[in-house]
Design a protein around this ligand. Structure first.
Ligand code: NAD
Length: 494
């Protein structure tokens, strides 16, 4: 990837957008639109349809018609597999275009976006393409007078609601396994990051996905997201976002057709540095990246660093050096290490968390302020708070910004207690040279993924599962197929 190719795309005009319903690009029925604002400079870059409940109902109806029609759900698995591979090919061919479009919309630094967005989405479509013709049923070990077959079937219509931080990656985690099993999908992007997903859906149609199998409706979560969740015609809902919205979706399910709701929610992930870490400087550098990349807008961000008392002062000092040296700025510059905060709303929430941490008694050791305001964009210094204790708001609430809380512990037992003192259980990190301790920590920490002597990087082969209030079900891996399929028994008297 070279800078000139990025620069050639950075100011390209973006045409007013269409949603996709029944295989056609359409506007909202009432013609309503909203501005997509770039966090790079706070300016509008295009207009996006602002769908209504009626638009969402039309999308769900189209998904249902496509599913019952069988063009996709009954297509030979080998043919479905070819189309999913073609989608991956097109994502790869358009990788830079997709990445730059997404960065202009949500501000992620391009170096990370190119890998985490088109790179990861293409890998996800390929992974599930390869699953299509390997999903099999079973024969149960019954009495000889009976033949019992266990079929695995598509659920029907899948509703997918995604957030703005990694729109392509997270949407692919939901769309690709749902399509692999033969379902139809209605996708609802976040208002702050619709553009790359609208392009993805266009590419899916170019790849030969039949009409109505993948629909996308843009607009406010409280309108189109709510209509999707309340629909009697949606069979399964899969969601990534905040706990507050997750609760609403469960209520909507209870008030409608009891559809299963799979939730990937937030985290307050502990990243634990023991004094026997094999390479402390490397541990500190990776720990800084684990909270500051994408301006902290990473669900698994290591937002609490727990440090053993004997190395505490050294680690705080070096974390502050890392934070201060981080290149924050234009996300379309390849040298940038942390781009823009995705929206003005998110930036003010981050700054409110800084105020609350100060009021709560945490020590501001580095950063804490908005920067580059003259650009019109939304940028924030990587921020380190030291002397954070378990009861503070900063230790308990997710910021979803570049704000790190550093906490001190004496021994393994205290580290475990502090790590688990959270309503969340998404991710964790442990840095130690002691193999026994590493395994004990993996077992003791309540989280869906525990990294050892690294942080971040698990690929599509492994599940991302929220424990506690970080969610239920799993995105990624072959286990994700369970969400989008149901079992049926044929009990045959011979
Ligand atoms: P959010 O819950 O506000 O929005 C997520 C999506 O839900 C958006 O598409 C939004 O339009 C939609 N939505 C909002 N209100 C709705 C409603 N009433 N009914 C239906 N849909 C509605 O969350 P966000 O601010 O976009 O995302 C940030 C949150 O997502 C953070 O808490 C973060 O931790 C979490 N997250 C989790 C993961 C994970 O894998 N666990 C990954 C990324 C982000």
């Amino acid at each position: 990837m070279d800078q000139s190719a990025i620069d050639a795309l950075r100011n390209q005009p973006i045409a007013p957008q269409d949603m996709w319903i029944a295989g056609k690009p359409v506007q909202a029925r009432d013609g309503a639109t909203f501005d997509a604002i770039s966090p790079i400079d706070g300016r509008p870059i295009t207009r996006v349809p602002s769908g209504s409940a009626a638009d969402m109902q039309a999308a769900v109806a189209s998904a249902r018609t496509a599913f019952e029609g069988g063009a996709w759900s009954n297509m030979a698995p080998a043919a479905r597999k070819r189309i999913l591979h073609r989608i991956a090919d097109l994502i790869e061919q358009h990788a830079l275009e997709l990445a730059v479009l997404g960065v202009r919309d949500n501000g992620t630094e391009i170096g990370m976006a190119i890998k985490a967005e088109p790179g990861s989405a293409a890998a996800t479509f390929r992974f599930y393409a390869e699953c299509v013709d390997k999903i099999m049923g079973d024969v149960a070990p019954t009495d000889a007078s009976v033949l019992a077959l266990i079929h695995r079937e598509a659920v029907g219509v899948v509703g997918a609601i995604v957030p703005w931080n990694f729109p392509l990656m997270i949407a692919a985690w939901k769309i690709a396994p749902a399509l692999a099993v033969g379902n139809s999908v209605v996708l609802k992007p976040a208002e702050v990051a619709s553009l790359s997903l609208l392009r993805l859906v266009a590419l899916c149609h170019e790849a030969g996905l039949p009409d109505g199998v993948l629909n996308v409706v843009t607009g406010p979560g409280s309108v189109v997201g709510a209509a999707l969740a309340e629909s009697m015609e949606v069979d399964v809902l899969t969601f990534t976002g905040s706990g507050a919205t997750g609760r609403r979706l469960l209520q909507a399910s209870a008030a409608s057709n009891l559809k299963p709701c799979y939730l990937e929610l937030g985290g307050k992930s502990p990243n634990i540095l023991f004094d026997d870490a094999p390479n402390l400087d490397q541990a500190i550098a990776v720990s800084a990246a684990a909270i500051f990349r994408n301006s902290g807008q990473v669900c698994v961000a290591g937002s609490r660093v727990l440090v053993q008392a004997s190395i505490y002062d050294e680690v705080v000092e070096k974390l502050c050096q890392q934070a201060a040296a981080m290149r924050v700025g234009d996300p379309l510059d390849l040298a940038t290490q942390a781009g823009a905060v995705s929206s003005e709303v998110q930036l003010s929430q981050n700054l409110a968390h800084v105020e609350a941490a100060l009021a709560g008694g945490a020590r501001l050791a580095s950063g804490g302020a908005r920067i580059l305001e003259e650009t019109g964009g939304y940028y924030m210094q990587p921020t380190v708070f030291a002397d954070v204790t378990g009861d503070m708001k900063l230790a308990q609430e997710e910021v979803f910004g570049p704000v790190l809380g550093v906490m001190r512990f004496e021994d393994e037992a205290e580290a475990v207690a502090l790590a688990n003192q959270s309503i969340y259980g998404l991710a964790a990190g442990v840095w130690t040279g002691n193999l026994g301790r590493a395994h004990r920590m993996v077992k003791a920490i309540k989280a869906g993924v525990v990294h050892v002597n690294t942080y971040g990087g698990p690929d599509i082969t492994v599940p991302l599962s929220g424990h506690k209030q970080s969610g239920n079900g799993s995105d990624k891996s072959i286990y994700a197929l369970d969400k989008f399929s149901k079992l049926k028994t044929a009990w045959i008297q011979l």
